[in-house]
Design a protein around this ligand. Sequence first.
Ligand code: PEP
Length: 250
Amino acid sequence: MDRRPLVVGNWKMHGSIASARALARAVASRGAAYPNIDIAICPPFLHLGVVAHELRSSRVELGAQTLSEFEHGAYTGEIAAAMLSDIGCHWVIVGHSERRALFGDSIFAVAAKSEAAVAAGLTPIICVGETLVERKNGTTNELLLEQLRPFTENGCVRLHKAVIAYEPVWAIGTGETASPNEAQEVHEFIRATIAKHNAPLADSIRLLYGGSVKPDNAAELFAMSDVDGGLIGGASLKAEDFMQICGAAS
Ligand code: PEP
C-alpha cells in the first residue's frame, strides 16, 4: 500500500508571536514545492491563531501539541478538542514523551485525549517510545505493547483515524538518532502488532519516526519501508532545515 508521506513540526514551547509568524510564513510559502507529501506544524497554543492566519491559503496544515481529554466545562487551563478544530487545527499530538514524563499523561489519559481529538474531527498523532533504560534492558517491545494496548482493543477502532509516531525517548533532543535499521525494526513491530488486530489498518496507517531527525539523516530514515515520515522537534524551528526534511520525504 502506498502511504502518503507526512512530516510534522513540533515547535514545543519556543518562540514569540513575531517568530511564529515568520516561521509559519516561510513554511507556508515553501510547502508548495512538495505536493506529494502532507506537512503540518504544531506551534504553542498561544501562537495557533497567528500561524493559522499564515497558513490560510497554503497546503501546510495546523496542529496542536496536546489537548484536554474533556469536552468542555470547569477545567481551568485546559484546551478542548473543539477549540483546536475551531481555530483551524487538523492535527494534534498526544502522548508525547515530555507530556508522559513531565505532566503525568497516563496511558489511559493518552487514549482519552486521542478519542476526544477524533470526536472533534482532528487526527491524533499518538507518540510511543522507550527510554534508554528500557532499550538497554531489552524491554522496548513490552513497553510499546503497553503503550499501544488501549489502541489495539476492539479491532483498533481508536486507530482508524490516527497516526503513530515512534519516538525513542533517548533520541529526542539529544542529537542521538535511531539508525535506519533500528527505526525500521520498531516500525515493523508496531505494524505487525496492529496487523494482529486489524490487517487492512496495519497496511494503511502512517507510522512516523521522531528523534533528532535532521536534514542530513532524514532521507535514510524515510527510505525505510515502514517509516512514513517524521515528527520533527528542534529542526522544525529552522525553516531551511524543516523544508530540507520535507524534501527528503517527498
Ligand atoms: C520531538 O520532540 O517530537 C522530537 C522528535 O524532537 P527532536 O527532533 O528535537 O529530537
